[in-house]
Design a protein around this ligand. Structure first.
Ligand SMILES: Cc1ncc(COP(=O)(O)O)c(C=O)c1O
Length: 385
């Protein structure tokens, strides 16, 4: 058989996917595994959003749309960011893609030339370095620590800037750490982007999942160099519907649209209509967000208390739905610890290796309270044994 390309041979599969597959395989064999691997809300989407998708099908909204998204959805996105974040975008500064993931991929492809560097504070979401690599770029990680709440030091970011730096990625609330970075830190990072003429990519998928502290809209300072990445997956529990969007300067959005026009064309038409309804039905959606946020907060507290009680130190994350726990008391190698948790406690997690988080594993608490309590009890029994 002919070989696959060098670029793809060099690309690693996401460890989140690999560990999820391992857990699913055990489940298939009849083993009762509690899955804490996936970054996916366990809630059903709001009922009125489901209804909107039914309506879209009935009304024949089943054709291709404009590649960059329907005008109606893009206007709803413009309104959302004006209403909630005080940002003002024109419609040609908005693109709708197949998940936030495609927005990011389009962006790296549109921003990077071969060898260009992208600064990404670590621990980071695994797809940033993979996408940067595919776009010919080089990821420059800037480590953060649990002791500092996984908040980057702007001085360390400044020190990582070279003549090849093209972009800085910001992700607050963040995956995998759940950290919410203070406004002053975000402002300092934005100022660095301005001073060095860099793109600033702000991944705001978890905007609505903040439990302590406050979300900060990074695009408020230098909108002309900032790409805001957002989507419907995490806020409205619409992961499988694949709606994400990017807001930024028109020439960048245009380049991303040109790429998308050749690769996938528009995001799913039915899902675009449903996402529009989610954004426009301000009160119903706010009630859904308040309900889910309260549930996640309660789960987070039980999770953090449980892990610390078991001697697996975990700082309290302020947002998203992940907790990073120190598993060195199980094994110095986090992959060995994650395998032990899966095979001996029947709780599936993701080792920090690919997030650049040695000694740590990620637990997702986007699962029921009953599952969380059972998981803590199982891990306790495993550690006692
Ligand atoms: C930090 C972060 N950014 C982006 C995404 C992409 O989400 P989606 O493609 O579902 O919009 C995810 C999903 O896990 C994420 O955790």
């Amino acid at each position: 058989m002919p070989q696959v390309s060098q670029a793809l041979r060099a690309l690693k599969a996401a460890s989140t996917v690999a560990f999820n597959a391992r857990a699913l395989e055990l489940q298939r064999q009849g083993v009762d595994v509690i899955a804490m691997t996936a970054g996916e809300p366990d809630f059903q989407p709001p009922a009125h959003v489901l209804q909107a998708a039914h309506d879209a099908i009935q009304r024949g909204m089943t054709k291709y749309t404009a590649s960059e998204g329907t005008r109606e959805l893009r206007l709803a996105i413009v309104d959302k960011h004006a209403r909630e974040n005080g940002l003002s975008y024109a419609i040609d500064e908005v693109i709708v893609s197949t998940g936030g993931k495609q927005v990011l991929y389009n962006a790296f492809m549109a921003m990077l030339d071969p060898g260009d560097e992208v600064i990404v504070p670590a621990p980071y979401w695994v797809s940033y370095p993979a996408q940067v690599q595919l776009a010919g770029g080089v990821t420059v990680p800037v480590p953060t620590t649990a002791a500092d709440g996984f908040v980057p030091d702007p001085g360390a970011i400044a020190a990582a800037i070279t003549p090849r730096t093209r972009a800085i990625v910001v992700n607050s609330p963040g995956n995998p750490t759940g950290a919410v970075w203070p406004a002053a830190v975000l402002r300092a990072i934005a100022d660095l982007a301005e001073r060095h003429d860099l793109w600033l990519i702000t991944d705001e998928l978890y905007e609505h999942l903040v439990y302590d502290g406050e979300f900060t809209a990074v695009a408020q300072w230098y909108p002309e160099r900032t790409l805001l990445v957002h989507g419907a997956s995490k806020s409205y529990a619409l992961t499988g519907w694949r709606i994400g969007w990017g807001c930024g300067p028109a020439p960048l959005i245009k380049a991303m649209g040109t790429l998308q026009g050749h690769v996938t064309n528009n995001a799913n038409a039915v899902a675009q209509h449903a996402a529009r309804v989610a954004l426009e039905s301000v009160e119903e959606t706010a009630a859904f967000l308040a309900m889910t946020r309260a549930a996640y907060r309660e789960r987070r507290d039980v999770m953090v208390r449980g892990l610390n009680g078991l001697g697996l130190p975990a700082a309290t994350p302020q947002g998203a739905f992940y907790v990073m726990a120190d598993t060195r008391s199980i094994d110095a190698d986090e992959t060995v610890a994650a395998i032990a948790l899966l095979e001996r406690a029947r709780v599936s997690v993701v080792p920090g290796t690919d997030f650049l988080a040695p000694g740590l594993v990620r637990f997702s608490y986007a699962t029921s309270m009953a599952n969380i309590e059972t998981a803590i009890a199982r891990i306790g029994a495993f550690l006692d044994a």
